[in-house]
Design a protein around this ligand. Structure first.
Ligand code: FES
Ligand code: FES
Length: 165
């Protein structure tokens, strides 16, 4: 990260390079811009949703260096030189990620608003090895709120990918 304006009365801008879904993205941004706003407004990646914008719903979940983060609580500037994975980066060569397939098979969404965050969180959780039981899945997915109440189907989808389904 390189501060480009130290003048005390102006907002500091920083130049960052974030690898987003495998592509380096160079951005010059206000140091206060969240990763969520950088993804949606600067890079046009609107698959990551803004629900509460204050860390309470999980709709904005993405992976940074393979770990789940709430992008509304993460500054884009903190992601300099890091690897960000969003819902847009999951499919490869037109083939959906296994978690995406499982969500479809298990009807794990209704309106779909929470779904990108649920899927990214599920991938993080599976990577963390925390899908050992339905209770674990519920606990470690508890930061992802679904107003449509699709929880039991979400758990079923994650259970299947974990190899227990
Ligand atoms: S939008 Fe980030 S947690 Fe709700
Ligand atoms: S599917 Fe509607 S909020 Fe979860």
């Amino acid at each position: 990260m390189r501060a480009t304006d130290h003048h005390s009365t102006t907002i500091p801008e920083v130049a960052v390079t974030i690898r987003v879904n495998g592509r380096p993205e160079r951005l010059r941004i206000d140091a206060r811009v969240t990763l969520l706003d950088a993804l949606r407004d600067r890079l046009g990646l609107t698959g990551t949703k803004k629900g509460c914008d204050q860390g309470a719903c999980g709709a904005c979940t993405v992976l940074v260096d393979g770990r789940r983060v709430l992008s509304c609580l993460t500054l884009a500037a903190q992601c300099d030189d890091r690897e960000v994975l969003t819902i847009e980066g999951l499919a490869s060569n037109g083939t959906r990620h296994p978690v995406q397939e499982a969500f479809i098979r298990h009807d794990a969404f209704q309106c779909g608003y929470c779904t990108p965050g649920q899927i990214m969180s599920a991938i993080g959780l599976l990577g963390e090895g925390r899908a050992g039981s339905d209770a674990d899945i519920r606990e470690f997915m508890s930061g992802n709120i679904c107003r449509c109440g699709a929880y039991s189907n979400i758990v079923a989808a994650i259970r299947e990918v974990s190899g227990r389904g």
